[in-house]
Each structure stands twice: as C-alpha cells, then as structure tokens.
Design a protein around this ligand. Structure first.
Ligand SMILES: [Zn+2]
Length: 332
C-alpha cells in the first residue's frame, strides 16, 4: 500500500508548492522553484514513491534539459528530506544545527523495521502501523546534507533570490525558513502547521521548543512581508492565517504554563488540553503530548530531549485511550 496523488499549486513567477493528497503524520508540503537555468526543491517527500511523484511533476515544469540540482531542507525530520535519494546528484543544504537532529531521529531503515516489526497488538505498534505503514523505506539509504550553514544564506536561481534564515530551536533544533522575495512567498517548514475549513489540518508537533521560539519564528515569517506562506503541513496560507496560527500556539503555551504552575504532571497536562477540545477540526490531538512535554522540559530547566520511542509510546497510549470515539486523525 502506498499513497499516490498530490496537488501542484502554481504560486506564480516560477514557484510551485506540491501538497500531498491528504493530512497525517509524514505528509509534508514541498516547493519547486523553476528558472531557465534549472530547478530547486524546498524539502522532499517522505519516501521514494512520493518523491518520485514529485520529481515527475517537477520535470513537467522544468525547461528541456534542466534538472533540479539543489534541495533546501527546512529541518531534519525524515518527512522533509528522506526523499532526496531520487536526486542523487543534488546539493542538499541544511543548517549546521540540523546535523544534530539527524542523529536524534531513527534512520530510514531503522524506522522501516520499527513500523513493520512492532507488535500491532500494542498501542505503539498499532499506532506506528496505522500512521507510518503507508510509507516504504525498505531500500532507503540515510540522506546526508552536503552543505551546512549558520545564520543566513542567500542563493540565486537564474534571476530569483532565495533567502534562507536559520532559526533558534523551535520545531527541531535546526529549522530554517526560505524567503523568495520576487514571489512574495515564504516556505516556513514545520514552525507552521495550517488548517482551513475546506482543508482541515492536524495539531502541530514540536520537538525542540520552547513555544516562545516557535511563535517568534512565525513572527519572523511575517516580518519578511511575504503574502503567501507555505507551511510544512496543511494548506497554503495568507498573512491572516499565520496570525491565527500564532493564536493556537499562544493558547497551548498559556495552558502548559498554567498547568505546570498548578503542579499537574506533563502527560496529564496534555490530556487536559486535549479534553478542552478547543480546536476540534484538527486531527492527531495526541501530538499535544509531545508539544506540551517539550514546553514542560523548558519550564523545568531544559535538559536533553527524551528518546523518540519513549515519546511516541506516550503519544500512542494517549491516542489509544481516546479510541474508539477518536482514532487519532487523518492518516488512515
Ligand atoms: Zn513535518
């Protein structure tokens, strides 16, 4: 079983967004910038099947003989760069800090083993199978960026400027945003997860934090003056959509701080924020376990991130508690 489809949205002036066919874990947006000189990707899909589909769509839009020879990776979660194997000769650009996160996440083949070999009778095994079983990394080699930078990096593609800014720790420890001034657009990566009435999205998940940094990253996106914002997941936004998302993040931050001050343990705090049901249209509410846990870690003095399996076991347990009334959102 694999996922097919996906929408290419023409944002004008040689810029396109590729949106996956549905919401859920691992289904991230990508960008394509085309000039007579060639093409550049912003992020890749999660597995070779989806990345191959994005490549076919990209080649339809490239001039004859031109190739995609650079990939800018917004952060080092696999759903944004494990598809890079379909462009084996491309330069892969990431922040220096993203290097650390590559070692935090499992490799593609470790993840494949985890998804296919976990016991489906356990909440974790069932959760991984349901949400990640549609991807195929059985033959995916780990991807290594070829170019690391710190601070700011400006590229050009033909006549177009590509302004890349590294961020302080937010969604992960190595996020960046890509501003395309000629297109008045920003690709924000996962500092923004969007939703609209026509195309509902999922709750964000933030690994590094604190949420104050995620909010600051959203404000930085707005400060570019961009009118079109392509988030890491969910529909393309205008500036009002980013303001709305800042409202979501501020709400979660405020609730986490209040529950922390009241002495409520982190997992119970996440359950309570989920039970408040403030954003009922969003899928995967169990991801609040990660985001609230991240905020608590900072409030408690900011030690290292817990292991990803330990965190995902808690996420799966909370999703399991909510069944069958709520199966955890959009990936099935
Ligand atoms: Zn993502």
């Amino acid at each position: 079983m694999s996922i097919t489809g996906g929408d290419v949205v023409d944002l004008g002036t040689g810029l396109y967004a590729w949106l996956p066919p549905k919401r859920g874990w691992g289904l991230a947006n990508c960008g394509l910038l085309v000039s007579p000189r060639g093409g550049l990707w912003i992020d890749t899909p999660y597995d070779p099947v989806l990345a191959g589909q994005f490549l076919v769509e990209s080649e339809k839009r490239l001039p004859d003989g031109a190739t995609v020879d650079r990939i800018v990776v917004t952060h080092a979660n696999g759903d944004h760069f494990w598809g890079a194997g379909v462009l084996p000769d491309a330069e892969i650009i990431a922040t220096r800090e993203a290097r650390e996160h590559i070692h935090y996440d499992p490799t593609p083949q470790q993840q494949h083993a985890l998804v296919t070999q976990s016991d489906p009778a356990t909440p974790l095994g069932a959760y991984l199978g349901r949400h990640f079983g549609v991807f195929d990394w059985s033959a995916t080699e780990p991807v290594q960026p070829t170019t690391y930078f710190t601070g700011e990096l400006e590229l050009t593609l033909g006549a177009y400027a590509v302004e890349i800014t590294a961020l302080p720790p937010a969604h992960t420890g190595g996020d960046l945003i890509v501003h395309l001034p000629a297109q008045r657009a920003v690709f924000s990566g996962d500092v923004i997860f969007s939703s609209s009435p026509e195309q509902p999205g999922d709750h964000p998940v933030h690994w590094a934090g604190p949420l104050g940094n995620v909010i600051a990253a959203c404000e930085r996106v707005l400060a570019t003056g961009a009118e079109v914002i392509v988030p890491g997941h969910g529909p393309v936004l205008d500036r009002a959509g980013v303001h709305e998302h800042i409202g979501y993040l501020s709400y979660v931050r405020e609730r986490a701080h209040a529950l922390h001050a009241a002495g409520v343990p982190p997992l119970e705090a996440a359950r309570r924020v989920i039970a408040e049901g403030r954003y009922p249209a969003l899928g995967l509410p169990e991801r609040l376990v990660v985001t609230v846990g991240t905020e608590y870690r900072h409030l408690d003095g900011g030690t290292d991130m817990p292991g990803v399996l330990q965190v995902m076991s808690q996420v799966a347990a909370v999703a399991h508690e909510a069944e069958p009334a709520m199966t955890g959102g959009g990936a099935e």
